[in-house]
Design a protein around this ligand. Structure first.
Ligand SMILES: O=C(O)[C@H](O)CO
Length: 354
């Protein structure tokens, strides 16, 4: 989808009067392209080539290898860093070697892997891509909820296994339709989950730092709820919060104990939002019925981790934004952000240290 298709990209490039290369609108002449260090380009999602091509339209792309080969010369050229899915560390030493760095464009909404305070002490801005990730992550939440409820992974294993009974009468899933969904974190993604859940006639409860407006609540049929009530009433609890010091281990033994024995916990935010040891215990003791996790800590889990041994758990490898569309939109949104910083224009999505 072209960047112009999204409101957030309005500041992507300067107006026509500023353009220096008419045949490639918005792109500066080759020698003027600002240096961009790619920390990693979508290594897990198989779109490296096309993303690099997109970035090269606006930047003189420099790889880590090139930087390390000629630190002094290359270091001076770099004005921006593009951080993709692989979440490489940006440390003090790297920042010290880039005297002209102005912006780190994170591809993705979560910035918990970046030390925002340290980066801002270098006078460097950080941006993220909240718009580009919203649909694909909300879809992922729905996919995990449905997969867990209808036991898709087990079903698939039965279907392909030569020696299991094809259908067992005691092997039944539950319906999502008209069940109660508790959404913890009603930001952009949480709201999109609610929009989708409405189509399943779900009763939607939500908890968020800030309450949504009456109109927004009514549009998706969501009711604001205290955490405790939400946990006690929901058949499915979905975590959609950012990872911050306040949300770390938000769901622990006490919270799991409040949930229904028949409830499922779904996590599409960050692994550390759940106390994982408490979750293992709750799943082993059947305090809750099941969990469906796109995120864990660490990622991936060590092969001998108890979560991997439980049959009431579905785990996916942090693929909430791993779609062709989202990956490209994230790059476009990151480019728009970084160019805004470099051109001293209003920045669509800047992230500040807390
Ligand atoms: O933070 C995000 O947007 C996703 O987890 C992808 O990295």
């Amino acid at each position: 989808m072209p960047a112009e298709g999204r409101g957030w990209a309005a500041a992507e490039v300067g107006g026509a009067a500023e353009r220096t290369v008419p045949e490639r609108p918005g792109v500066m002449a080759e020698q003027e392209l600002p240096g961009l260090l790619i920390m990693d380009v979508g290594g897990t999602h198989g779109v490296q080539e096309s993303l690099a091509a997109l970035l090269k339209k606006h930047f003189c792309v420099i790889t880590m290898k090139e930087l390390l080969e000629n630190k002094k010369e290359m270091g001076k050229k770099i004005q921006s860093i593009f951080v993709s899915e692989c979440r490489p560390a940006i440390d003090k030493e790297l920042l010290e070697s880039l005297p002209n760095l102005k912006v780190i464009g994170n591809s993705g909404v979560g910035v918990d892997h970046l030390n925002l305070k340290m980066i801002s002490n270098f006078g460097v801005k950080v941006t993220n891509t909240p718009h580009a990730v919203a649909d694909s992550t909300a879809d992922m939440g729905m996919a995990l909820m449905l997969a867990s409820a209808r036991r898709l992974v087990e079903g698939s294993q039965i279907a392909v296994s030569p020696d299991t009974k094809y259908f067992a009468a005691d092997w039944l899933g539950v319906e999502v339709t008209r069940a109660t969904l508790g959404i913890i974190g009603m930001g952009r993604i949480g709201y999109k989950v609610a929009q989708r859940a409405r189509a399943f006639e779900m009763k939607i409860l939500y908890h968020n730092r800030n309450r949504r407006s009456k109109e927004e609540e009514q549009a998706v049929g969501a009711c604001y709820s205290e955490m405790e009530d939400l946990l006690q009433q929901s058949d499915f609890v979905m975590l959609v919060v950012n990872l911050t010091p306040e949300t770390e281990k938000l769901i622990g033994k006490k919270e799991l104990g409040l949930m229904k024995h028949t409830a499922t916990l779904i996590n599409i935010s960050r692994g550390a939002v759940i106390d994982q040891d408490a979750l293992v215990e709750a799943l082993q003791n059947k305090t809750i019925k099941a969990a469906a996790l796109d995120v864990t800590y660490p990622e991936p889990l060590p092969r001998n981790h108890p979560l991997l041994k439980l049959n009431n758990v579905i785990i996916t490898p942090h693929i909430g934004t791993a779609t062709v569309q989202a990956t490209h939109m994230m790059a476009e949104e990151a480019i728009a952000n970084m160019l805004s910083v470099l051109k001293c224009q209003p920045i669509p999505s800047e992230v500040f240290p807390q």
